[in-house]
Design a protein around this ligand. Structure first.
Ligand code: NDP
Length: 272
């Protein structure tokens, strides 16, 4: 499943919508100097610029205290030129992500992590859903992967990928199993999946014999190894699976495209 090509098409669509709307603003907040976060933030700004979204990159020192961050969030919440706000994770250890996310104006929470947005997803009526799971669903739809009645297995239960993608798959009428680090005999579950989504952070956790013949496999993993960027799925799975997302070029570009889409959606919702 070619995420790069689909993401390009979505970005072109977003660019047209931005033109229609006039101006769309995105503000990002990065605390500290984590090199991976720096790359992700730069990519998000490049992509935003390319589609005509006005983006502002707020960089704060690793020593920033909660009250300073809350003050910046309040300022951005009140700024009419800002349609979307995202706080890049991970945050330095002394800051509580859950507390800060609650400070975001839900209508501007383009990452979809605010409890109000999480609740809407839980209720089966997502408005701003997290970007990676949304991108995964768009890819599955593009490749016409049947979901109603399918056995879907999600490996990983994080708030940013595993749990929300499980809810979206459930919303699409799949029968969903969520596996995690305490799941005994992982292969027993993955081997039954018509649709397998893997979001763990362990290179080559999923080997070909763990996958059902013809399954659609989505590899969310992004592991920086000495051999370069690797997913959680052994690329040899391609010989057994019906469909597989590559790493890089699969879920990564779809995440950014979905973030841009969410920003335009937030802009539309705020204006109507
Ligand atoms: P987290 O570390 O938050 O969650 C990992 C999950 O994997 C946990 O639920 C954990 O279980 C589970 N897990 C760990 N070891 C095993 C195991 N041996 N068997 C089964 N489950 C296991 O990670 P994220 O969800 O944030 O990210 C996962 C991966 O996806 C990372 O490589 C990350 O870089 C990548 N990623 C990629 C994105 C993209 O755009 N392509 C976006 C976001 C993430 P437990 O809960 O029990 O600890």
């Amino acid at each position: 499943m070619d995420g790069k090509a689909l993401a390009e098409r979505i970005r072109a669509e977003v660019a047209r919508e931005v033109k229609e709307l006039g101006t769309v603003g995105l503000a990002t907040i990065l605390v500290g100097d984590d090199p991976a976060s720096d790359i992700y933030i730069r990519r998000k700004h490049e992509a935003a610029k390319e589609v005509g979204i006005h983006s502002v990159d707020h960089r704060l020192s690793a020593e920033t205290q909660e009250d300073e961050l809350c003050a910046l969030i309040a300022e951005l919440n009140a700024d009419d030129g800002v349609d979307g706000i995202l706080v890049q994770s991970p945050l330095p250890k002394h800051l509580d992500e859950a507390v800060l996310v609650r400070r975001l104006e839900p209508a501007k929470d383009v990452d979809g992590f605010h409890p109000e947005n999480a609740a809407r997803l839980y209720q089966g009526e997502p408005v701003l859903a997290p970007a990676t799971p949304t991108g995964i669903m768009t890819l599955l739809e593009e490749y016409r992967v049947p979901l109603a009645g399918a056995r879907a297995v999600v490996v990983g239960r994080s708030l940013i990928v595993g749990k929300p993608v499980a809810l979206l798959l459930l919303g699409a009428d799949a029968t969903v199993t969520v596996c995690h680090s305490r799941t005994p005999d992982l292969a027993l579950h993955t081997g039954e999946a018509d649709v397998l989504v893997v979001a763990v952070g362990r290179p080559r956790l999923i080997s070909p014999e763990m996958v059902k013949e013809g399954a659609a496999v989505v590899d969310v993993g992004m592991n920086r190894t000495t051999d370069g960027l690797r997913g959680d799925v052994d690329p040899a799975v391609a010989e057994r699976a019906g469909l597989l997302t590559p790493v890089p070029g699969g879920v990564g570009p779809m995440t950014i495209a979905s973030l841009l889409r969410n920003t335009v959606k937030a802009a539309r919702l705020r204006r109507c």
